[in-house]
Design a protein around this ligand. Structure first.
Ligand code: ARG
Length: 581
């Protein structure tokens, strides 16, 4: 389905061609929502922009465009010229009604898949094995998932990549400690235990030179493929995956086991990365370490900044693995857009990895490499969010608290709900609130984690939007109709109906802008505005007590389209709705 903006743009292209010739077909008509609804729905500013090129007065240009413009099926008043040469356009009620009824009859709400689907990798979440997921993993997981869902919806071929941190010297230390304590314990060890053991292992490592030596030996055994060591490591990975999957399940995140492509899976490719960069003449040795220096990266002292890709002891680094991962993603997966969702502190890392890959010629101009950075979650003291005792906040504890708090609110607001309904509502509202709070702000900014604000029933929150959805379902229940069987006919008479349809047809362009900018907060803002426009429609246009059956039917259809739009939008954010709450 075309938006009014699309359709009007096409008509302008035709009019410009007719008035001034083929060369003008591609000129941007500069169509924007009208600044003042008094003058119509849209205004086109193209006449001003063409004044110089045509050497004519904008008003004269506007007149020639309007004379050639064929919009009688979209607007019922002829386009009006105002001021220095604005062209004002008012959509006809029929046209708006057609847009609404086409959308409501369509599963995709009238949003067509893109014409040029691309293979797109989205790298997100990437927690580390043997560690419990903490609040620091929330943002990558939630933002990455919203981006992947949105690109999926638009018809792209999305490959999710969960770059688990499952390799490195720290595992030698942990495994050595576990073996020392009796590895058979692994049958009963859970992730919180491992978290603790990891800290104990670290203490041993720092305090006991003997242990440290054995831990280093253990790394060599692990890398050399020693059976027993590998076995313990595999148990660690398996146990960790169970934990990650449990968190993903609770968060309603689409990551599955076959999206996992951990650091260790690139082990065999690492020597080849070094060789290829050496062959490209990009490496130099510095104190025995293999480094890549690139002119554009300088330290604070203006000295060239190295990207180390192999340590003097032969060990590889985070950057080496990312270089190998990029080769795989471009060369084998055939990705044309590769998106990394990590916190802003990794900005420099990705800038260097991307630059190296371009310089080495592994990524041509047809491949877009994008780092999607985000800010830090802060506590009430404006410092990085910690527990009262100063520890990092475990993600499961955070989700538990979200559900508990939501349950208390639900119990107070709706005491008639059965125990099991209440648990279900609390889950959807609590988790939705946490996710939405993370998605709704400009992602590059830090934000303060505030329970009261994210769980509020008014304002730009998940509960507010979920409530708007549930309220519409309750209208259908009251009307005793099955929304699925509503006929699609719509009439658009009242100002508030016009405003609602105009807002509803914006979902497509908003989703497209999220796909382009990778900023899910644009979708949140849209849904919040939609809920407000709906409220005002509902206030001004009685639905159940409409003047006649036709009007009632039509308004019910607008309710249904609003509910479907809210549901679809929240789904792209990975947030569920409820039929009642
Ligand atoms: N494991 C990393 C961390 O905890 C995140 C991985 C991000 N993805 C990547 N390809 N580097 O910071």
């Amino acid at each position: 389905m075309k938006t009014p903006h699309d359709s009007l743009s096409e008509r302008f292209a035709a009019a410009l061609t007719q008035a001034f010739g083929e060369d003008y077909a591609e000129v941007d008509p500069l169509i924007a929502p009208a600044q003042n609804p008094k003058f119509g729905d849209y205004q086109a500013n193209v006449a001003m922009s063409l004044a110089k090129r045509l050497g004519q007065k904008p008003r004269d240009i506007a007149q020639q465009i309007v004379d050639a413009l064929e919009v009688s099926d979209l607007c019922d008043q002829p386009p009006a010229i105002a001021g220095p040469g604005f062209i004002n356009l008012t959509c006809s009620a029929d046209y708006l009604a057609r847009l609404a009824s086409d959308a409501v009859d369509d599963q995709r709400l009238g949003i067509a898949p893109v014409d040029d689907p691309m293979k797109i990798v989205v790298d997100y979440s990437g927690p580390n094995v043997a560690k419990e997921m903490h609040v620091g993993h929330l943002r990558s997981t939630v933002i990455g998932d919203a981006i992947a869902r949105t690109l999926d919806f638009l018809g792209h071929d999305v490959v999710r990549q969960n770059h688990l941190g499952d390799w490195g010297t720290q595992f030698g230390m942990l495994i050595e400690y576990l073996v020392e304590q009796g590895a058979e314990q692994l049958d009963t060890l859970n992730i919180p235990d491992l978290n603790r053991m990891y800290q104990q292992a670290k203490q041993r490592f720092d305090a006991d030179a003997d242990f440290a030596d054995r831990a280093r030996q253990r790394v060599v055994l692990l890398q050399g493929g020693d059976q027993h060591t590998l076995h313990v490591w595999q148990l660690l990975v398996a146990e960790s995956k169970k934990h990650f999957n449990a968190v993903y399940g609770r968060l309603n995140v689409t990551l599955a086991d076959n999206d996992i492509r951990p650091e260790s899976s690139y082990n065999d490719a690492l020597p080849g990365v070094i060789e290829a960069l050496e062959a490209a003449g990009m490496t130099s040795l510095s104190d025995g370490a293999v480094c890549v220096f690139m002119d554009q990266f300088k330290g604070s002292d203006d000295e060239p900044l190295p990207m180390i890709i192999r340590k003097s002891d032969g060990g590889y680094l985070y950057a080496t693995t990312d270089l190998a991962a990029l080769r795989y993603r471009i060369g084998e997966l055939g990705a044309r857009r590769i998106i990394y969702v990590t916190d802003a502190r990794q900005k420099q890392h990705f800038a260097m990895v991307f630059a190296a890959v371009k310089q080495a010629g592994w990524a041509g101009d047809d491949v877009s490499l994008e780092h999607v950075p985000f800010g830090t979650i802060l506590g009430p003291d404006n410092k990085p969010f910690k527990t009262r005792s100063g520890d990092t906040v475990k993600l499961v504890d955070l989700l538990d608290e979200a559900e508990q708090r939501a349950a208390a609110i639900v119990a107070e607001k709706n005491p008639d709900l059965s125990e099991s309904d209440r648990t279900q509502v609390a889950r959807v509202v609590g988790i939705g609130a946490v996710k939405y709070a993370d998605l709704s702000g400009d992602r590059v900014k830090d934000y303060v984690f505030a329970w009261d604000r994210m769980l509020a029933m008014d304002g730009n929150t998940a509960p507010y939007l979920q409530y708007a959805y549930a309220r519409i379902q309750s209208i259908f229940r009251k009307a005793e109709i099955d929304a699925a069987t509503l006929p699609g006919a719509v009439q658009v008479e009242h100002e508030a109906e016009r405003a609602l349809v105009h807002k509803l047809v914006q979902l497509g362009p908003v989703v497209a802008s999220v796909a382009q900018t990778l900023e899910p907060h644009r979708l949140c803002t849209y849904l919040y505005e939609l809920a407000a426009v709906f409220s005002s429609f509902y206030e001004k246009c009685p639905v159940l007590r409409a003047d006649n059956d036709e009007q009632k039917q039509s308004r019910l259809v607008l309710c249904k389209l609003t509910a479907n739009t809210l549901k679809q939008g929240l789904d792209l954010l990975g947030i569920d709705v409820l039929e009642r709450m």
